[in-house]
Design a protein around this ligand. Structure first.
Ligand SMILES: [Zn+2]
Length: 276
């Protein structure tokens, strides 16, 4: 039997990059051209061609700018989950502000998509040990799973589990879907999406997915809309951000397509329904 792994999209625009607020200030966002209409069309066509239902972690800002696109994503059979209103790092927020944000976003997406919204992913995996209250906020607001704990140095915590697992919160369990990572020469590196998925040999990624599947866990992959179109941002970003965002590289969907030779991709809700 073919294995089933998880495919997700962080549905946000090219200018939603953490820690460059000086270059891309919030008050300028409405003036920037959006890649979402074109990139969403490409993503929906790709998923339709390969008969895939994905989980879209939707940014609140982009949902209010393009509600019709969110409706289209939902009508195409994909799951909607939440990715904060303004792409702020969770650990920089106060608990009450975060609580309001995730309640607002859940309601917004449920109204547009006409489906229950049960999942959350923090921008840059920023719901971590620096803000342990965040998990309680999620279950209090009615979320039942999270995908923000990266088992990585710097942007996460290397000792986090690599497979799907339950976390305890004040309101009960929250299921955690960590992003795929690789262990290279004793170093943990990102591999589930972004520059990691574009950089490491597909053999190494396939091998790691098989190892997780052998432990009865799916691997969780993620795509950013900016990775599926040719696009050059209208302003120059700092060197390190340019390096990791690598606009205009369209190799992500080729990699996903190559992985389809050995596995099926499903949404998080499909995975959770199948194991219940
Ligand atoms: Zn994001």
């Amino acid at each position: 039997m073919r294995t089933k792994n998880i495919i997700t999209v962080d549905w946000e625009d090219w200018f939603h990059i953490c820690e460059v607020e000086d270059y891309l200030p919030r008050e300028k966002w409405d003036d920037y051209p959006s890649i979402l209409p074109e990139a969403t069309k490409i993503l929906l066509q790709f998923f339709k061609t390969h008969n895939i239902s994905a989980t879209f972690f939707i940014l609140g800002y982009s949902a209010t700018r393009f509600p019709k696109l969110v409706e289209e994503i939902s009508k195409a059979g994909h799951e909607l989950a939440y990715h904060t209103a303004n792409h702020s790092l969770v650990y920089t927020q106060e608990p009450h502000g975060f609580r309001e944000d995730i309640r607002w976003g859940k309601q917004l997406l449920e109204e547009i998509g006409k489906q229950p919204v049960l999942g959350f992913r923090a921008p840059q995996w920023s719901l971590n040990d620096r803000c342990p209250w965040g998990l309680d906020c999620l279950t209090e607001a009615g979320y039942t799973y999270d995908s923000s704990h990266a088992p990585l140095p710097i942007i996460g915590t290397p000792s986090y589990p690599e497979s799907v697992h339950d976390l305890k919160t004040s309101q009960g369990a929250l299921q955690e879907f960590p992003p795929l990572i690789l262990n290279l020469l004793g170093l943990k590196v990102p591999a589930g999406g972004g520059w990691g998925l574009r950089t490491w040999p597909i053999r190494a990624i396939r091998h790691k997915i098989a190892r997780l599947n052998g432990m009865d866990s799916p691997a969780t992959l993620f795509i950013h809309p900016v990775e599926v179109i040719d696009f050059t941002p209208p302003l120059r970003l700092p060197f390190l951000k340019r390096l990791v965002t690598r606009f205009g590289r369209r190799t992500t969907l080729f990699t996903i397509k190559a992985l389809l030779a050995t596995t099926d991709f499903i949404s998080i809700s499909q995975y959770r329904n199948q194991i219940q």
